[in-house]
Write a protein that binds this ligand. Sequence first.
Ligand SMILES: *Cc1c(COP(=O)(O)O)cnc(C)c1O
Length: 352
Amino acid sequence: MAVLTIDLNKLEHNARIIVQKAAEANIDIYGVTKVLCGEPCVATAMLRAGVKGIADSRIENLRELRNSGIAAPLMMLRLPAISEAEEVVRQADISLNSEYATCVALSKFAVALRRVHKVILMIDIGDLREGIWPKDFPALLEKTVLLPNLEVMGVGANFSCFGGVIPDHANLSVLSSLANHLSRRLGKKTELSAGNSSSLSLLFDQQLPPEATNLRIGEGIILGRETINRIPIVGAYLDVCTLTAEVIEVQDKPSVPIGTIGQDAFGNVPRFENKGTQKRAILSIGRQDVVPEGIVPRLKGLAILGASSDHLILDITEAKQPIVVGDTLSFDVGYGALLAASTSKYVKKEYI
Ligand SMILES: *Cc1c(COP(=O)(O)O)cnc(C)c1O
């Protein structure tokens, strides 16, 4: 069976490195659990490392985190749907927003539930996922501050998601000026949520603007790297997550299929280079479990040749140790592969 193992001590260590670096710049870290489906023990490890709160993109995950007894602030990352506004007010202390109509709905339920719900107004700095244009901020703010039981906590932006746009001095200074506008308007220091793991290089180079007050970090903690160039964080563990799968066949096979080649399982016509006979292993893991292009065997000398829904095919001719049926092989996972493995019901999760 395929198993995804998460080492919580290593995860906590990574979180602590980031929290301590951020503390030097007076920046809080919200630990993002979404790629591990809001698992409470992951959140608890992040909190032990000193994160200010936990952020997740799914209301189901926030509910589970709350029910598990986590008392730290919870932040809803995905823009709330109006239809889930009540649940967002119930489960989350803070949400990221860009639509006035959604803020109206959140305010209505906050009044009904006698709570104050905090919102961060999201600005699109050009990555073209969520957010309003900077020029529209003052008008949205003036309407939103009037809504009862809603507190405009700050402004924020997301980077490196849809458009791959990275945080830099130009776009961060736009955010800083909006944060200053907000602070003046409300007569108090407000928050600037200055991005995700793609802002870590700027954090480590002490290049974030003084207005920045928090970052929302998932991949940096869980995979130990920033996300502009996927450069490892110094001192961080890169093997918090390990995927393992079992060998179900080892045979010598030619490198080119025999017979007339039509479409493969996914409608592509595959091409093959003749490399002679190879030693091949099949593992009981496939596209229902993981993104095969996003995993790397830990053992040297192995090459992934392909995968169908339930089978992963490896060339093990150059393997640095013998591999037999029944062995378990380990893999590093990239973000997309980790997301797939986390959300696959066929992959067992183990937290150690
Ligand atoms: C997923 C997400 C994050 C965390 O991103 P990482 O790259 O994993 O740090 C932060 N903010 C928002 C809005 C997100 O959706």
